[in-house]
Structure formats: structure tokens, C-alpha cells
Design a protein around this ligand. Structure first.
Ligand code: GLV
Ligand code: GLV
Length: 321
């Protein structure tokens, strides 16, 4: 069968697909428009797409042979899974292989913001360092502070578990009890407003859905501590970005570490001007090892789906009921 891959991904995944199917990889190393995807995947049975591709009802309905969608990401808010399900098309994602990698990036952001790493680096490069100073670049301690995890799924749990060396008090918000966090870290399940008002570090790990859109807005930011650090490695629209910019401009919280944006890849100019924000280009899963594993996983799911089997990481198993 024919598989269209919307952008070059690590070779091992492509080779795996080529052992079973006829594979075309987009020749453009950029995000394709919907029209380009429809055009180039026109006769494909398999679509291997990225989180930057909009696979909505129009795209799905315009691909007459489509039998399987493998998304090269754990988040799949870019795919209209409801429409795919109606058309009996399985959709897969790439969970687990990127959990530690993304949790590590969340920690990199915690320290970057709390200890003003990026600002300090620029300070040195700009020739401003004139010697040790008692009041120079004062940040926030992390050890023994309270870490608030919003969304205690795989990544949120991994992020919390990595706090062990820092003896932190862990709070979490999740619909479910997390027995790993409760037994290993004595973590407490709480509600959003308690978590926000008592945490020193707040880290977001929820998927983007209608319920989590703008979960953190003006009111939520107001309830946070003046010394708090907010980390987002999930999806941009979970935070009302304008409200966050205002809060950072007014030093209402200490700082924010962001890997994702509301209108990605657009980053508002006002955000770029802030010293108390560390901004990264959506690199949560961006390590060589993890991206190769994601490619293999997406390819394996594609092969299973095109064989009529339920892919190992199917997000709409209802298709097989
Ligand atoms: C990255 O953002 C992913 O969802 O894999
Ligand atoms: C995503 O993989 C999550 O469950 O955190």
C-alpha cells in the first residue's frame, strides 16, 4: 500500500515502513498546508503526520483511500479523531518513548527560570559581568519547595518522580488518584485553586481538549504566588497567553518557562521582550534517541493499522469494536 509521510523524520522509521509499503516522504522540509497534504496524499492508504499538520474533517474526507493515520507525537489535538473514528480509520500516537525526555525538558525550564540561566548567560555575553555581586541575578531555590503538577499522566508523573533529589512537597491535580505519586512521594491530590495558590513551581502536563483550553487565565495567574514559576511543556492554548504576558510584565509571578505557544509558531513580541520568560521552540521530545524511537513507533503502528490490526498505540480503539 501507499504511505505518505508529511515531512522527513528519522531514517529508521522510514526504512521500517519501506520494508512493507511504498513510501513517499514530502520533499519540502517545512509544514505542508492542508491543500498540499490533500494533493500529495491523494491516493495514500496511510498518512504519517506531525503535530504541526492540521488533519481535520476536510483533509480526512478528501483522502478517499485513507485507512490509517499515525501521528508522530504523543499529543493528537491536531487530528480530528472523531471524524476518523466515524470513518473507521484508526489513529495512533507515540506515548511513553518521549516521557522522560519531555520531563527532563520541563526540569531544564524549571532551573532556567528559577536561577535565571538564560538572562545570566546573555548578561555575560553582553560584557556586563563586572564581578561577583551580593545582589546579582537572585533567583529562587527549588529544594524543599512545593511542586504542583497539573495533569498527573505519564509525563506529569515522570516530572514529579525526578524531583526526588530535591526533597519537594508534591501536589497534583488529576481526575484520577495517582498511586505511584502517592506512595513514592507522599504526593497529595488537590483541586486547581489550592494547587495554584500554594505551589512554588507549577508544571502543566494535560492534553489540549475543550476542557483544558485556557485552563490558566487571568484569575488563575492572580491566585499564584509572587515567587512562583510556571512551566508549560504541554500545549500552548492551555494558557491564556495574553494574561500570562500581563502577569509577567507586572511581576505577578516570578517567571515562566515555555516550550509551546498559543499561536505556534508565532511568539508574541511582548513575550520575547521579557527577561522573566524562557522560551523554547517546542523541543520537548527533541533528542536523537527519542525522535528515532518515535519514528519507529509511528511506523510500527502504521504497519499494524494497514494490516487491519489494532495498532499498539491506537487512540480510538472504538474503531475495532
Ligand atoms: C509533542 O509535543 C508531542 O505531542 O509529541
Ligand atoms: C502524555 O504522554 C502523558 O500522559 O503525560
Amino acid at each position: 500500500m501507499k504511505v505518505f509521510v508529511t515531512r522527513k523524520i528519522p531514517e529508521s522509521g522510514i526504512n521500517l515502513l519501506k520494508d512493507h509499503h511504498t513510501v513517499t516522504v514530502s520533499k519540502k522540509d517545512r509544514v505542508l498546508s492542508k491543500t498540499e497534504i490533500i494533493d500529495q496524499a491523494q491516493d495514500a492508504e496511510g498518512l504519517l503526520c506531525l503535530l504541526t499538520d492540521t488533519i481535520d474533517s476536510e483533509v480526512i474526507s478528501s483522502l478517499p483511500n485513507l485507512k490509517m493515520i499515525a501521528n508522530y507525537a504523543v499529543g493528537f489535538n491536531n487530528v480530528d479523531v472523531k471524524v476518523a473514528t466515524q470513518k473507521k480509520i484508526p489513529v495512533s500516537n507515540t506515548p511513553e518513548v518521549l516521557t522522560d525526555t519531555t520531563a527532563e525538558l520541563a526540569w531544564a525550564l524549571v532551573f532556567s527560570v528559577a536561577r535565571r540561566i538564560v538572562e545570566s548567560d546573555s548578561f555575560c555575553r553582553d560584557g556586563k559581568f563586572e564581578g561577583w555581586g551580593p545582589m546579582l541575578m537572585l533567583g529562587q531555590d527549588v529544594t524543599k519547595k512545593t511542586l504542583g503538577i497539573i495533569g498527573a499522566g505519564r509525563i506529569g508523573t515522570a516530572m514529579a518522580l525526578k524531583s526526588k533529589g530535591f526533597n519537594m512537597n508534591i501536589l497534583y491535580v488529576d481526575p484520577e488518584h495517582n498511586s505511584v505519586l502517592e506512595s513514592e512521594l507522599d504526593a497529595q491530590k488537590t483541586d486547581l485553586s489550592t494547587l495554584l495558590s500554594t505551589s512554588d513551581i507549577v508544571s502543566l502536563h494535560v492534553p489540549l481538549t475543550d476542557d483544558t483550553y485556557h485552563l490558566i487565565g487571568e484569575k488563575e495567574l492572580e491566585s499564584m504566588k509572587e515567587t512562583a514559576v510556571l512551566i508549560n511543556t504541554s500545549r500552548g492554548p492551555i494558557i491564556d497567553e495574553n494574561a500570562l504576558i500581563k502577569a509577567l510584565e507586572n511581576n505577578q509571578i516570578f517567571g515562566a518557562g515555555l516550550d509551546v505557544y498559543e499561536q505556534e509558531p508565532k511568539i508574541p513580541k511582548r513575550l520575547k521582550q521579557l527577561n522573566n520568560a524562557v522560551i523554547l521552540p517546542h523541543i520537548g521530545s527533541a533528542t536523537r534517541e527519542t525522535r528515532s524511537k518515535m519514528a519507529d513507533m509511528a511506523a510500527e503502528n502504521m504497519i499494524q493499522g494497514l494490516n487491519g490490526k489494532q495498532p499498539s498505540n491506537c487512540v480510538n480503539p472504538e474503531v475495532f469494536e
